[in-house]
Design a binder for this molecule. Sequence first.
Ligand code: FAD
Ligand code: NAP
Length: 534
Amino acid sequence: MTVRPVRPDVVVVGAGFSGMYMLHRLRREGFAVRTFEVASDVGGTWYWNRYPGARCDIESMDYSYSFDDDLQQEWEWSERYATQPEILRYADHVAKRFDLRRHIEFDTKVLSIVLDEDAGHWMVTTDRAGEVSAQFVVTAVGCLSTTKQPEVPGLDRFGGHTYHTGRWPHEGVDFSGQRVGVIGTGSSGIQSIPIIAQQAQHLTVFQRTPNFSMPARNAQLEREFVDQRKARYGKHRELARRSRVGVVNEVTEDLTLESSPDERERRYRRGWEKGTLFGLSSTFSDLLMDKAANDTVAEFVRDRIRDAIDDPDVADKLAPRSHAFGTKRPCLDTDYYATYNRDDVSLVDLHETPIVEITEHGIRTSDAEHELDAIVLATGFDAMTGPLIALGIRGRNGEPLADHWAAGPRTYLGLGVNGFPNLFTITGPGSPSVLSNMMVSIEQHVEWIADALAHLRDKDMSSMEVQPDAESAWANHVNEVADLTLLPTANSWYMGANVPGKPRVFMPYIGGVDLYREICDAVAAKGYEGFELS
Ligand code: FAD
Ligand code: NAP
């Protein structure tokens, strides 16, 4: 039975990996918590993204909670990169193990979160549970949970079925005998295209921007490897927490152009063979800082694409040139490029022939109408700020968060916002979040927030608010660090560039999870410096 405290201390919004752990941690600290989740069950990303081929791109033994040693010892991942169903089973296991569902109200959407300054609490309005007031609100709504539709006219006119990868039907989709079109070649497109191609009668991929993708080299996990990892799991996790990206990875000070072409080739080959997201970008220290250095690794990947594809024209279209390697999130794939060697797969380059409209029968580009039975939208998300702005948050003087962020998100540490006291954002903009193994970033934020609330309670204080100077200084720092790299040069979702009209600001913090953790720990050690406690 769901437990619903009438006046909870904390409302948590979202029951993905962030919300689940936040609930557990707060309950353990003795807080009364209500958690609202619009989905019918736990899992967040892994509840919604059920498209064929969906799996993690951080190795499962790293992409999992580390906060409980019994949990990490007892859970058995079957593959190096687990599939979506397996990750969802894991979320279910965690929910049962810690008896979380009792405090989660599913099928309940938060419609607005409004500060009542006189009463000193937040009023949270939901579609099913009415209004709930709470002293604290923690948003655990994720960075990639608000789906983005393509900006093409006629989508509602299409006579066949349309599916967004981020809202995939639970019963699955059988594309056998169908002519299928996929729009989008980010990670979701790149994972689903090879599987859809195996099922469909014909698959047409509509590509606007080609992406850099590397082979995942996925495999069943071997007993010996698992046993060895589990024997020193705690140590391994600690190294991940103290790493730059939340996974234990090679670190080098070497500069790309100071190495000989042969040495570069040797290192790139080794990085490519690793089958990890960061294997290639970590071969030299300056690949994401120096365009000339980056050109060498980008050309290496383009060569691998040419190797994989029979038709040189198709290979040319798939080879990314408009952005530097690693400036959009690279992809890990299984047989992505080889899929284009199939007779029943064709590629439409939207730079040559843009989509004009979606018709009743399919997709019309500037030179042809492609008749289709189904359209898959792998068109991504209104990332990071999208789910937060959709919460209808209003802070001091009724200021909407959307207005506060009209020129782009401004936060202190990605954890809080000036004018929005006692509201905390797990993996908010201005924190490493999407640039890292998210599990590491989620756990760090949850623990920091739980400690902060316990600190307030212990000191008999009721309010914690970001000071304006701290917010400005952090926003400047986030921008300055980003500007040291090539990442702001790409039209990426990190920059908000995928959503028309969204301010172009580099949203995550690229200083590294290791440095970031030190900063957050130091802030807490200094009595929550940069926050006003009262
Ligand atoms: P989410 O999992 O997004 O959960 C947020 C929850 O909030 C959702 O369940 C949503 O329904 C709920 N919610 C939102 N708004 C409301 C509202 N108004 N009212 C009520 N509920 C609401 N990261 C990695 O590090 N490694 C990976 O391999 C990886 N793979 C990914 C694959 C895909 C397909 C996608 C889309 C993302 C991937 N990510 C990966 C990022 C992933 O989002 C995070 O790893 C992590 O799952 C986020 O957890 P979360 O709980 O913060 O957010
Ligand atoms: P994405 O990276 O934003 O890719 C969206 C794709 O759709 C892009 O190719 C984009 O082209 C295209 N697109 C968008 N609007 C379009 C339009 N109007 N016309 C034509 N094409 C259009 O989204 P995603 O693939 O869902 O991935 C988002 C993030 O989720 C990833 O970067 C990753 O962090 C995470 N993720 C991870 C995995 C994993 O491997 N574990 C899998 C899926 C997602 P442009 O590039 O030209 O805009």
